[in-house]
Ligand binder design. Structure first.
Ligand code: IPE
Ligand code: IPE
Ligand code: MG
Length: 266
């Protein structure tokens, strides 16, 4: 299935104060630089179906998906989005057949190797959330090397969710808070929403303003359960390997046309 990237699937509204966004693929779109989301989170789904439709191996779908990751990182950086979180591998994904898990780990390592220089040059800081100690040593080593090499970068944070599950994150948060209470450094009566946020893997990051899920599935699949309390959510039928700059800009434009009320009356 292919959908014209030029179609106005999400919105037809235009904003007055706008940034004339011109990309390599000659997309022009109007975005207000002052209303860009501070944090975009993406559930990158549909690699397997993309491959199956072409009678290819699922790993070929993941390879193509890695190219879409490069495009989206480049676009987010161009648009000055401060934090981009990508759901690359869930705690539940360990249940997949061993060859697929190994293939994904190899692709992850290759991605880190190939993007190392680009991240440094573009002043992007790499960060990871999830059970990093469960990743194979070769991946962990490369991840740590790139995180160290980019630690002082301030233009954007690329936050990779690897062996990530929101329920595990919440369990870990509860354990940390309980330990502080046990040590006597935290009064249970003083626990607030901030205490919770500070003890999640995303400590110090703003909550996602925008959450995108590709592949047409309308579920969250254990992603950032606490943090997405007030995120604007977009589901698109596009399979992740087909997700590109045009559609990303289109969703951002639609995001800017939404009224965020946070329960109040505007
Ligand atoms: C998303 O694509 C990538 C990962 C979960 C690692 P899938 O592999 O889930 O693709 P589908 O959902 O089977 O099409
Ligand atoms: C969610 O996709 C996880 C990632 C994109 C990494 P899944 O394909 O694993 O989720 P379900 O199984 O459709 O819920
Ligand atoms: Mg999937």
């Amino acid at each position: 299935m292919s959908i014209s990237p030029r179609s106005t699937r999400y919105t037809k509204k235009k904003r007055k104060r706008s940034l004339n966004f011109s990309s390599s693929s000659s997309v022009r779109n109007e975005l207000d630089p002052e209303r860009m989301p501070k944090h975009v989170a993406i559930i990158m789904d549909g690699n397997g179906r993309w491959a199956r439709k072409r009678l290819l191996n699922r790993i070929n779908g993941h390879e193509k998906g890695a190219e879409a990751v490069r495009t989206v990182v480049r676009t987010a950086r161009k648009l000055n989005i401060p934090v981009l979180t990508l759901y690359a591998f869930s705690t539940e994904n360990w249940q997949r057949p061993q060859p697929e898990v190994s293939g994904l780990m190899l692709l992850l390592r290759r991605f880190l190797e190939s993007e190392h220089k680009t991240l440094v040059e573009n002043e992007i800081r790499l960060h990871a959330i999830g059970q990093i100690d469960r990743l194979p040593k070769a991946v962990r080593d490369k991840l740590n090397a790139v995180m160290n090499a980019t630690a002082d970068n301030t233009r954007m944070v690329l936050n990779l969710a690897l062996s990530y599950g929101a329920r595990t994150e919440i369990v870990d948060m509860v354990k940390r808070i309980a330990q502080s209470v046990q040590k006597g450094t935290l009064d249970p009566a003083a626990v607030t929403a901030e205490t919770v946020a500070e003890n999640l893997y995303t400590c110090g990051m703003p909550d996602p303003d925008l959450l995108i899920r590709t592949s047409g599935e309308m579920r969250i699949s254990n992603f950032l359960l606490w943090q997405i309390a007030y995120s604007e959510i977009f589901f698109t039928p596009t399979l992740w390997p087909d997700f590109g700059e045009d559609e990303f800009v289109e969703i951002l434009t639609a995001y800017q046309s939404r009224e965020r009320r946070f329960g109040a009356i505007p």
